[in-house]
Design a binder for this molecule. Structure first.
Ligand code: ADP
Ligand code: MG
Length: 693
């Protein structure tokens, strides 16, 4: 249960003064549904409002406040022309300028002869002062801005600064004073204010420095948020550790059989990772390990060996993939190896229905199936194992931490291995996984040729198309990726459909199309035709991004490459260069090409190392955007900026670890206060791991 002291902060945003249903909707879209979300809506800058004594003293370009007398109104004579109000003081003349004014309300509000206060940006036009759309105007004294420095907030269409500011101030009024949850010595050494002071300062900046990320109150708030994140993860982990694990030590016979059937030997990195995994599995605690490896680094076979280790003891293993295509592909590539070792593998996805599905479920509970490969359909309640010992989760960032535990709940002392093909910068790994143990496949299987990456203007699209027939005659296969514009799947689809049509016209029938709106079986059918060589070119939206393996594909064309994030470009490029043939990636960009986009494309040209690319991505975009946070399942931070507050994250991790070691139930005085912190940042799910939570 959320502590009562926080209730006011979790009231709906629409309960704040000035935010009716309409503005409330907008504010909700901008910040979030609760009052607390407005507290986290941080200013992007400040206005330094200068009070000046006279018109003559108002400096050009500054935001000023001054008192003047209304001298005359000049309404717009034609639509589109400005409405002007002439004002004077003892030093001269100025004008207030308004556009789109209807009726005579301004004349009523500011009658000629009245003394008024005006505030806004001072501009000089032919030497004469003018203020276009003043921020404030009204009878002198009455509407004078209260503070010299005001926060400027990010806005959304239809929501003006004034009501937003009023609502945020009202939210601030509701912010309670809270008991300090930070370590007293640490907060003192850092020189940080208490929470209430910090959040107040956030919305009452005293200077431009106050909106900088390294201002003490900003650091404090960032640290609060990071600590909540790390503490939540530490609790989950501690909980999992506390549950009994089991010692899994296979006799190696199945692994030997598979090794003999493999057409290659494992790389050093694969062997090392496996050693780490075997050790974890043999330990009496539950394994919670992350296997990070670039696209094509050979994670699948590592997963298989780990699963066989479990199967050798008579137990079962599960491998969960984020999509239907991937699950089926895993099953397909693993089946022959499993057969060679006499291991039974089955697939279960949302598409399996009726009798076939029931048959799999029956064979699973009876123990006939050794390894089950599937999608999140594996989470379903009816899916019951006879004895699940290892859960492998591929592309984990699409699943949440809690889903992971759900699968682990389907057996006794289940070990969990999480695999991710998206290289994640170290800092982000920490936020998403806490201090999970990590194995990294830093080395690619031998025989891979580097992918030649060419960055070119889309003006040369014609050349690219002209070059394709020859490449196709040489047996090469081509991916042609059209971008996914998040706001409009419709537009995307249109772009891909159009490209498909034009390429068909030029290259003939053997051009396929795959996109997110297609049904599973349709997608699989197209993919299968491409894999089998019945299609030479596959036009795709980014649905091919994840994992699909067609070693014969050697050309990757990415249209509108400037719209993609680095991680995405890297993932896409990873679809080629998987076989022994030389591969090319063509990054086609359209104008306008921004500075950051240009840099991204340069990074792609310079390196193929996913870990380097991931770090660059973090630098160029800021953590919030890396990997497209929302779909990635990585936590979104409101106050912390990992590009800037990365050091604080490591401290928060250590802090959280220490807290849990000493006071795992958060019962001490600080522990009680930390519970409030968890609720404040809506890490409620973690609190349920506390006995008296
Ligand atoms: P990932 O899942 O990490 O993207 P995969 O497991 O799909 O990569 O492996 C990519 C390809 O590399 C597969 O065709 C696989 O058979 C091959 N492969 C894996 N390990 C090795 C190795 N040690 N030597 C040669 N080829 C390998
Ligand atoms: Mg894979």
């Amino acid at each position: 249960m959320r502590p009562a002291i926080l209730f006011p902060l979790f009231a709906p945003i629409t309960s704040l003064p000035g935010l009716g249903p309409k503005l409330g909707k907008l504010a909700e879209r901008l910040a979030g549904p609760h009052v607390v979300d407005l507290l986290w809506h941080k200013p992007s800058g400040v206005i330094d409002r200068l009070a000046v004594g006279s018109i003559a003293e108002a400096p050009e370009g500054r935001v000023v406040t001054l008192t003047v007398r209304v001298d005359g109104h000049a309404p717009a004579l034609q639509p589109g022309r400005p409405y002007r109000i002439r004002c004077t003081d003892h030093t001269g003349l100025m004008e207030m300028v308004f556009f789109h004014i209807k009726g005579d309300w301004l004349e009523k509000k500011l009658p000629v002869g009245q003394k008024i206060t005006v505030s806004g940006k001072a501009e000089r036009f032919n030497g004469q002062l003018q203020i276009v759309h003043p921020d404030y105007y009204g009878p002198a004294e009455e509407t004078a801005p209260t503070s010299a420095t005001e926060p400027v907030y990010p806005l959304t269409g239809g929501l003006n600064p004034k009501p937003l500011r009023t609502a945020i101030q009202a939210a601030l009024q509701k912010a309670p004073k809270l008991e300090e949850w930070q370590d007293a010595a640490w907060i003192k050494r850092a020189g940080w204010p208490d929470w209430h002071t910090a959040v107040t300062r956030l919305h009452h900046p005293e200077s431009a420095d106050d909106v900088q990320l390294d201002a003490p109150h900003r650091q404090r708030l960032a640290y609060d948020e990071l600590l909540a994140n790390q503490l939540a993860l530490a609790l989950v982990r501690w909980h999992q550790r506390r549950l009994a694990g089991r010692e899994i030590r296979g006799d190696g016979r199945l692994r030997a059989a598979v090794a003999a059937a493999l057409p290659y030997t494992l790389t050093g990195a694969q062997a090392r990772s496996l050693e780490e995994i075997y050790q974890d599995m043999a330990a009496p605690e539950r394994m919670l390990r992350l296997l990070q490896g670039d696209v094509g680094s050979g994670k699948t076979v590592v997963a298989l060996m780990a699963m066989l280790n479990a199967v050798e003891t008579g137990a079962q293993a599960a491998l969960m993939a984020p999509t239907e295509i991937l699950a089926r592909q895993h099953a397909e590539s693993l089946s022959p190896l499993c057969e060679a070792a006499g291991v039974t593998l089955a697939v279960l996805t949302g598409r399996d229905k009726g009798k076939a599905r029931q048959a799999v479920l029956d064979r699973l509970i009876s123990g006939e199936i050794d390894i089950l490969v599937g999608t999140h359909a594996l989470f379903q309640e009816e899916v019951a194992f006879r004895d699940l010992a290892l859960a492998v989760i591929d592309e984990q960032h699409k699943f949440g931490v809690h889903q992971r535990l759900q699968l682990a709940g389907k057996g006794r002392g289940v070990d969990t291995l999480v695999m991710t093909a998206t290289p994640i910068p170290r800092t982000l790994t920490l936020t998403a996984y806490g201090d999970m143990d990590v194995s990294r496949l830093t080395e690619k299987p031998p025989g891979r040729q580097p992918v030649k990456t060419v960055v070119m203007s889309a003006d040369r699209l014609e050349e690219v198309v002209e070059g394709l027939p020859r490449a196709i005659r040489n047996g090469q296969r081509v991916y042609w990726v059209c971008p996914l514009v998040e706001e409009s799947e419709q537009v995307d689809l249109a772009a891909a459909t159009l490209r498909h049509a034009t390429l068909r016209e030029r290259l003939g029938e053997r051009v396929g199309l795959i996109h997110g709106k297609m049904k599973g079986p349709e997608k699989d059918a197209v993919m299968a035709r491409f894999a089998a060589g019945e299609l030479d070119v596959l036009v795709a939206t980014t649905v091919i991004e994840v994992g699909v393996n067609v070693p014969e594909a050697t050309i990757m064309v990415i249209e509108h490459a400037e719209r993609f994030g680095l991680a995405q470009l890297h993932q896409l490029r990873g679809r080629v260069g998987r076989g022994s043939g030389a591969s090319t990636c063509l990054l086609l960009w359209y104008q306008p090409l921004g500075e950051t986009a240009r840099e991204r494309l340069q990074v792609m040209k310079d390196t193929e190392d996913g870990f380097v690319i991931a770090e660059k991505d973090l630098q160029l975009r800021g953590a919030g955007e890396v990997l497209g946070t929302r779909q990635s399942g990585l936590p979104e931070f409101r106050l912390a900026d990992l590009a800037e507050h990365g050091d604080l994250l490591a401290t928060a991790r250590d802090d959280a670890r220490l807290v849990i070691e000493r006071d795992p139930e958060l019962n001490s005085e600080r522990g009680q206060n930390l519970r409030v912190l968890l609720y404040l940042f809506e890490r409620d799910a973690a609190v349920k791991y506390l006995r008296s939570g």
